[in-house]
Design a protein around this ligand. Structure first.
Ligand code: MEV
Length: 420
């Protein structure tokens, strides 16, 4: 855009002035940006062309009992119903004895992609012969990881087309999500494969399809706990299981089913400074692993219990990247009380399952709109200009309305002010 050249070279103050001088923003809007700029020293060093901090609300979700331990879960989200739903689902599971989790390993996968490799079998054999040397080159590129007990663990070859193949490398990245470490190690190994094995490397990069970093969470609820609004626990359990079946059969429903799961997962991933795009892409790739996109969780009724299970890749970390930079992340780790990245994976998997339980429970009983609307009324009231000391009264009136939107919220605020 004209007039904004070398924007990246300017200081934050100069960028604000430019936005005003070029009439992109008014003085009042620039003042707003300044007011919302909490940590320019972090922001400006983390991203290009930084102008302010975009804040998203953070709240706490309660009632998580996981493998016998209680957790308070910080969640970052802009969606009004997410935290309430998460606590509701976790509360039900807690009454039934809590979640059980399972994590077998925590390895990240990287790819070295080769092109013009029509002689796949031959290349595979050479990679196999030189496996130890390739792993050593990768490990030398990040020796501090090896000293901490991590490092490259194995290689495998996969043919992708007549002329394309992937050499997958699995790396134990210890407590980090490990993207930078992995990429450094892959590039070193790719260089070796190019120069010593004479192969054409197309590119090398980690894979977000973290199939060697899977987390499983399960719960089992007595049907007697589930009865609500004239529906018996048996009926609710049966309908939740049916809804789960539909998410296995129909990608249209599966996408929404999984969106509900990711409502919870992303909120914790964000609160803990992890890369939610990486978790999203891995989760959706995993959901499509059978060749059809399906729900990440499954519910079934067995004897007098509703049993739920979720499994997904959760390559999150507790150190590295922005985790070490953002002060809130440290505070959130403290609130969570997690001792390592594996424990964080366990909590996140349970949040996904709990979020899903609450969504399905609402959908098959009272429907989602009633609860959503109750919570959205607050956002609408604030958007309609209600001041904190007016909110209680405004919400009381809105609660009685059949339907609320911004116009009705504005009308309620205006009426209350007139009657004061
Ligand atoms: C809304 O954000 C999430 C739900 O649509 C999830 C679902 O349908 O399972 C309620």
């Amino acid at each position: 855009m004209s007039g904004l050249r070398k924007f990246y070279r300017k200081t934050v103050q100069e960028r604000w002035s430019t936005l005003y001088e070029k009439e992109i923003l008014t003085e009042k809007q620039v003042e707003y940006l300044k007011d919302k700029t909490y940590a320019p020293e972090f922001g400006d060093s983390m991203i290009e062309n930084y102008i302010t901090d975009y804040t998203v609300p953070e709240g706490l979700s309660f009632h998580y009992l996981i493998d016998g331990r209680e957790y308070l879960v910080p969640m970052v989200t802009e969606e009004p119903s997410v935290i309430a739903a998460s606590s509701h689902g976790a509360g039900l599971v807690k009454k039934a004895g809590g979640f059980k989790t399972r994590i077998e390993q925590r390895l990240m996968i990287g790819q070295i992609l080769l092109e013009n490799c029509e002689n796949y079998a031959e290349v595979c054999q050479r990679i196999e012969e030189k496996k130890a040397a390739i792993l050593e080159v990768a490990n030398k590129a990040h020796y501090s990881l090896v000293k901490r007990g991590g490092g490259a663990r194995w290689l495998r070859c996969r043919q992708l087309a007549d002329d394309l193949m992937s050499i997958d490398m699995a790396v134990d990245v210890q407590e980090a999500m490990g993207a930078n470490m992995l990429n450094t190690m892959l590039e070193a190994a790719a260089d070796y494969i190019h120069t010593k094995l004479d192969q054409n490397v197309l590119l090398s990069i980690l894979s977000n399809y973290a199939t060697e970093c899977l987390a499983v969470a399960e719960c089992s609820l007595p049907l007697s706990l589930l009865g609500k609004n004239g529906l018996t626990g048996e009926e609710i359990g049966r309908k939740i299981a049916q809804a789960s079946r539909v998410a296995q059969l129909d990608p249209y429903r599966a996408a929404t089913h999984n969106k509900g799961i990711m409502n919870g997962i992303d909120a914790v991933v964000m609160a803990t400074g992890n890369d939610w795009r990486a978790i999203e892409s891995g989760a959706h790739a995993f959901a499509a692993r059978s060749g059809q996109y399906r729900g990440l969780s499954k519910w079934k009724v067995s004897a007098d219990q509703l049993k739920g299970r979720i499994e997904l890749p959760l390559p999150v970390g507790t150190v590295g990247g922005s985790i070490g930079i953002l002060p809130l992340v440290k505070i959130n780790q403290k609130i969570l009380g997690i001792r390592n990245a594996t424990e964080l994976e366990r909590v996140i998997a349970c949040v996904g399952l709990s979020q899903n339980l609450a969504a399905l429970y609402a959908l098959i009983s009272e429907g989602i709109q009633r609860g959503h609307m109750r919570l959205q009324a607050k956002s609408l009231a604030i958007a309609a200009g209600a001041k904190p000391d007016e909110l209680f009264q405004v919400l009381n009136v809105m609660r009685k309305n059949e339907k609320n939107d911004l116009a009705t919220a504005k009308a309620v605020v205006a009426r209350i002010r007139r009657n004061r």
